[in-house]
Design a binder for this molecule. Sequence first.
Ligand code: AMP
Length: 582
Amino acid sequence: MQAFAQTADSVAATTKKLEKVRLVAEYFRSRPVEEADQAAVFFSGRAFPAWEERTLQVGGTLLWHTVGEISGKGEAALTAAYRRYGDLGAAAQDLLEHTAPARSSLSVSQLASAFDELARTSTAARKLNLLQDLLRRATAPEAKDVIKIISGDLRIGLRESLVEEAIAKAFDENVKTVQRANMLLGDIRETLRLAAEHKLDQAQMRLFHPIGFMLASPAQDAEEALSYFVRAAVEDKYDGIRAQAHVGGKDDPRVRLFSRTLDEISPAFPELPPALRAFPEPFILDGEILAWSPDTAQALPFSELQKRLGRKKVSEDMLRQVPVVYMAFDVLYAGGELLIEKPLEERRRILEQSFASVPKDGFIVEHGMATENPQGALIFEPAIGTRNGAPRVILAPAVTADSPESLEEIFSGARARGNEGLMIKDVQSPYTPGRRGKSWLKLKKELATLDVVVTAVEWGHGKRNKVLSDYTFAVRDSDKLLNVGKAYSGLTDAEIAEMTEWFKAHTLEDQGFRRTVEPKIVLEVAFNNMMRSSRHESGYALRFPRILRLRTDKSADEIDTLETVKEIFARQASGAKQKEAG
Ligand code: AMP
């Protein structure tokens, strides 16, 4: 681990991206492939490759106790060190400087085995033992990195995309080829191995390994939404949970649904796999899981769907009370072929054909949903349903729009159908996994909302003095989290109570009235406007922020960035000027 820790320190010491890439490439070249490949996972700030569902299940509190214990200095000293560095890894390094062994007896592969064991172990006491044993074998700088990897972020300004670049540089491969292989495999370890053998062209899409989701950029208004491309496909923006469906086809009964964080979520929606199994060929769909009213053939609000989330087992009652559907809007793999490089209009054609290919016997293929196109004609889209007629998998209706007026009209229709707004997509665009570009635009009602992560919480006032109800939240600026505001309301009492328990268990530092917490809880916040402010590190403050909802489907990696905050601020300023002028 020594070489790893030294490289990580050098990478942290420079702000230059190219230099970071050079340092990691040099490390990869200097180590045996069996070590470099595992280190690639750790450099990406992960304990396991992206596609894996395993997690360490080690919370901040457990780490905190472990460090306090093995340093022999107790938790008060740790709190003081944490205040100095604002980071548990760095605080641990400081405290362990004198107690940790001067020479390491921990190798990269031993760290990987220790992570395997931690993931397998479910009791807290046993985890504590394993962690203590692990950290006792590490030197102080190594312990810092181990703790940071466990917390899910190495914080040395290295994202997986830079690790891809380092692999390309180390093994003299094209960056695009490395990116493509890593996207298909979802496994940076295997990507490195193939690059080292110059066999990246062998990387193949694997069914049941999720690939990254294509993301959308916000559009201000109908005019902007049509300004980036010539022909637009327009779909309703449904308010549910994004899910990638992998279907094995008639020779393989497996069906798996993956969330945006690439976790498997099929067990939460047991009614969907049987319907998805109707597709005769192996197939990967992109779509949204929605709470659905079969009576009105419309989506129910997200709050309904939320009742089904976070449960280990879904009761029969729940299945009846909150039926769900899978609204399919894209296809990524069909007919034995990866389709992401094909333009959307062609993918859409294949998607429609796939619905048509579902055999009629045993499954009822019915009209799932009706929408009006801008010319006033009704479009009926097919759905795969159950025997009693309730739809389960619906082809998302799509219409074309070429003027802001027609878009406005479709927008009103979408709102009337109870949906959030519209998605406007370039019909000629390929599917770009994991990227937020201007080929998919979202048009929502709020002027702007931000996805932020909670960094600190405070006890509430009045009747809320027993719950942690005031949240300070941050946006991301590369590897740093910068606070932009504080919000008091928006969640239900039940949610606040549940979050209070979570924050208690994931406190990094207890300052009495306030606790800094693990930055994991993502919120969507709306606000009236934005000001420049020296109160928060971001340099901005949101005015009258309101929590719209918890985004359990998003991880802290996916929150909005300081860049977006600046864009919204600039837009707001130019909007104000236009108003003055007008
Ligand atoms: P946001 O979560 O606000 O960044 O908006 C993007 C999300 O909208 C996607 O990740 C999907 O979960 C969701 N969505 C709803 N309807 C659609 C649609 N028709 N096409 C693509 N994404 C959609």
